[in-house]
Write a protein that binds this ligand. Structure first.
Ligand code: GUN
Length: 300
């Protein structure tokens, strides 16, 4: 049986189209959304991600600004720049591309961003709200994964979901989102990681398997059950002399083999990546609406 290929590009376009009315309202109110992106250093993958984010903004008519800082920038200097950028009323959302060089504390950077402008959803206040199931800004990749599942007809409700990877950006928050007692969540979630004793024993139980540990093609066909829904968050560059760039992108899942057993699977690229960017656009629109609502409340 051929697996359903979950088309992240198609679903991301749908989500962006749904933002258009809200964007028009903001534009007419003179409150066009603005996103500021900070890139530290020269990491080639980060550069690509940041330029793709700017392209999405342009497509939707969202103002975007980018600040490039050298790898050697001090933590203090970066924090000062964050303060300066987010004091600008035209900036409704700000994000600092991760990872950061080792001399800069990612936690300190995440805490410096105002929760209402934190379009990454990485601030402890937003993470706390997410855990409690309270309204707030959700992190883009995990929220995008939830949307992929729902909109592809693979609701996580009541399912056994196994997440491989416990990062702050994907593993931990996707577990927090899917375990909520809420519509489109309500899953039984297991998190596996490098300390898990028998990984395959867990992954074989999964109705939905979310691979997010950053190891190329690590999940093999004998580690999954027949009919599994697979979300591959991996974005690994592997050498490929046949490719023009000298490398190609592969996920954390052995796509060819696993797709023969799966009910549905996301491709890499074209699965989770476009969803992360679509949710970033949605969060930026939301952040602009929050700022607009606050400014209106002050007037009355
Ligand atoms: N690095 C990998 N994914 C992300 C993301 O969603 N946001 C930021 N800021 N950095 C990342």
């Amino acid at each position: 049986m051929q697996a359903q290929i979950i088309d992240g590009n198609r679903i991301a376009s749908q989500i962006k189209e749904e933002l258009r009315d809200r964007l028009t309202k903001l534009h007419f109110a003179g409150h066009s959304p603005g996103l500021a992106v900070v890139l530290v250093g020269e990491d080639p993958a980060s550069k690509v991600y940041v330029s793709m984010k700017a392209r999405e903004c342009k497509e939707l008519g969202i103002l975007s600004k980018q600040l490039d800082l050298p790898e050697t920038v001090s933590e203090e200097e970066l924090l000062k720049n964050i303060d300066y950028i987010q004091a600008d009323p035209k900036v409704h959302g700000i994000l600092v591309q991760m990872p950061l060089p080792p001399h800069i504390s990612e936690a300190k950077v995440m805490e410096r961003i105002e929760p209402d402008k934190d379009v990454d959803g990485f601030h402890p206040v937003n993470i706390g709200r997410m855990l409690m199931g309270a309204p707030g800004i959700l992190p883009c990749t995990p929220h995008g994964i939830q949307e992929l599942l729902i909109r592809s007809g693979n609701s996580p409700e009541g399912k056994d979901v196994v997440v491989v990877g416990r990062s702050n950006i994907v593993g931990k928050p996707i577990a927090a989102i899917l375990m909520q007692k809420a519509k489109d969540a309500n899953a039984t979630v297991t998190i596996c990681h490098s300390g898990t004793r028998d990984l395959a024993q867990h992954t074989k139980q999964a109705d939905v398997l979310i691979a997010a540990m950053g190891r190329p093609q690590f999940i093999k066909a004998d580690m999954v059950k027949e009919g599994v829904v697979v979300i591959d968050v991996g974005m690994n560059r592997v050498e490929d002399p046949k490719s023009e760039k000298g490398y190609r992108l592969v996920g954390d899942v052995d796509y060819e083999a696993v797709s023969r057993k799966a009910k549905a699977i996301t491709p890499v690229p074209g699965g989770v990546g476009p969803m992360t960017r679509a949710m970033l656009m949605a969060n930026t629109v939301r952040a602009a609406e929050i700022a607009f609502e606050k400014s209106q409340a002050k007037k009355h």
